[in-house]
Design a binder for this molecule. Structure first.
Ligand code: HPA
Ligand code: ZN
Length: 329
């Protein structure tokens, strides 16, 4: 049994495996421009974030009904559970669906059909985080938050994703303020491809409580010192970083140096169908390739629960942490 862990950086649309993509395409009469699942897998060679995003948005065309979103989420929960995930905080990208005529209710209620019973059926508790696409306008983000208002009992927080460079966090100050006033938790992708200043801006202007990726903080020692001092969690995604060429090889990943620096790092899968692995695969890969000790792996698993938004269920957090502490490698 793999070590118990929480997954805090997971785009549900990025869990769409080729087999399910073709099944949903057939169900919905959508023609994919790939002959079969092998041909589609061949397209999984990315130069950077944008080349991945192009395919990620293209394949979303198969997601049309509540049942499609339920099937997507259920497939993720089954895979995650098998890899030791006990809690998942799940991103979704409503603007990418609204643009295709799929409304907020279809997405949220569809996901909820699977997530609402995820703890009972798979032993995985979940929270939903609505992400704004940073390459869309600030006004579109505000409209999206408005569209989400009937569903806030299902949504724990907001995030910021998609093409980072040229779209600094400050562009979204207003929508983050509005979300905070609604009681939503705040996170943002920063420092994946964008510079360390974007991390600082996400903290200072958007008031984020966690930074997604945050890898490039290592270029700024004063920022590292601040992240350590303020105990800001970073949701790292090692296999994603390799596939999107943020690092040259996994052996070059700065995770060991980040842990040595005292950063509150977590290990996550980002878009597992595209990047070659789910949460447990990421743990295994860093354990093996980066030679992390059992103590370090336990620290990463502990961090995942410490950094999670389980303030509304401290009992579950404590139970999960106790499971990590009792885990025998
Ligand atoms: N980065 C930014 N946006 C994203 C990602 C990512 O890794 N995955 C899905 N949207
Ligand atoms: Zn991401």
């Amino acid at each position: 049994m793999p070590i118990p862990k929480a997954e805090l950086h997971l785009h549900i649309e990025g869990t769409l495996e080729p087999e399910l993509a073709f099944e949903l395409a057939a169900r919905n009469g959508v023609v994919l421009p790939y002959a079969d699942t092998d041909a589609l897998r061949e397209a999984y060679r990315f130069e950077d974030l944008q080349s991945f995003l192009n395919l990620y948005y293209e394949l979303m065309a198969v997601l049309r009904t509540e049942q499609d979103f339920a099937d997507l989420a259920d497939a993720y929960l089954a895979r995650a559970a098998a890899q030791g995930v006990r809690h998942a905080e799940i991103f979704f990208d409503p603007q990418a669906h609204l643009a295709r005529g799929v409304d907020m209710g279809t997405v949220v209620e569809g996901l909820w059909r699977a997530l609402g019973t995820g703890e009972a059926r798979h032993g995985v508790s979940t929270r939903l985080i609505l992400c704004f696409l940073r390459d869309e306008s600030a006004e579109s983000a505000l409209q999206t938050l408005d569209a989400a208002k009937p569903y806030l009992d299902r949504i724990t927080g907001i995030g910021l994703d998609s093409a980072e460079v040229g779209h600094p966090p400050a562009k979204f100050r207003e929508v983050y303020e509005a979300a905070a006033a609604l009681g939503l938790r705040r996170v943002a992708h920063a420092g994946e491809e964008g510079p360390p200043q974007y991390i600082t801006e996400a903290l200072d202007v958007l008031g984020v409580e966690r930074v997604d990726h945050g890898l490039r903080c290592m270029e700024d020692p004063a920022l590292v010192e601040r992240l350590v001092r303020e105990r800001i969690p970073l949701t790292l995604c090692p296999l994603s970083n390799v596939r999107l060429r943020t690092v040259d090889t996994l052996a070059d990943h700065p995770l060991p140096a980040m842990l040595d620096a005292g950063l509150l790092c977590t290990v996550n899968s980002d878009d597992p169908a595209y990047f070659g692995g789910y949460a447990g695969d990421n743990f295994d890969a860093v354990g093996t390739t980066l030679g992390l000790s059992e103590d370090r792996l336990r620290e990463l698993a502990r961090n995942s629960f410490t950094a999670s938004f389980l303030e509304d269920d401290e009992e579950r957090r404590a139970r999960c942490l106790a499971e990590v502490d009792a885990y025998v490698f």
